[in-house]
Ligand binder design. Structure first.
Ligand SMILES: [Zn+2]
Length: 174
């Protein structure tokens, strides 16, 4: 069975921009900038951004936080008819939570070739051996989502290079 999107182009970009706002909040906390939101009937019912370093919890991915908040908001573990927007392709853990919550549609920005479970490494949400599968669409504001990540990692590499240079110069002085 092929599922279809219930949103138009303008709605998709509008909600992805909200997920991007969350990713920027992660960046402000020196976290890898990944954000997610959950939408139900045109309203945002859950928001989250990656806080893995600050929380030191392996489960504190943007999507899991947004799903948890959405469940609390509606008072149910079922998020049927909801849409999830994430700036990066969800990993296996988050895709599992998407299935468990019965989320209907998933939209993401950038592809995660090394850890993505929505088509990159595996395609969990389209696997019809599970009792729930989703409509999935990547490449929503892809450039903006990907640039946030590449800029973040480039800044880290530059900082590491600079630290190395300073360390080397200190060693040379001794
Ligand atoms: Zn994840």
């Amino acid at each position: 069975m092929v599922k279809q999107s219930s949103l138009n182009h303008v709605e998709k970009e509008f909600f992805m921009k909200e997920a991007i706002k969350e990713a920027k909040l992660a960046k402000e906390k020196a976290e890898v900038p990944i954000g997610a939101i959950v939408v139900l009937e045109g309203k945002i019912i859950g928001r989250g951004h990656n806080i893995r370093e600050n929380s030191q919890l392996a489960t504190s991915h943007a999507e899991l936080i947004a799903i948890t908040k959405a469940c609390q908001k509606v008072g149910s573990w079922r998020l049927e008819n909801a849409q999830l927007f994430a700036t990066l392709e969800p990993c296996p853990m988050c895709s599992g939570a998407i299935q468990q919550a019965r989320i209907e549609e998933v939209y993401f920005g950038a592809w995660d070739k090394k850890a993505g479970a929505c088509g990159s490494l595996v395609d969990l949400l389209h696997d019809q051996r599970f009792n729930h599968w989703c409509y999935v669409e990547g490449d929503v504001l892809e450039t903006e989502c990907r640039t946030l990540l590449t800029d973040f990692f480039r800044a880290i590499r530059l900082r590491q290079k600079e630290e190395k240079r300073v360390r080397a110069s200190l060693t040379n002085e001794n």
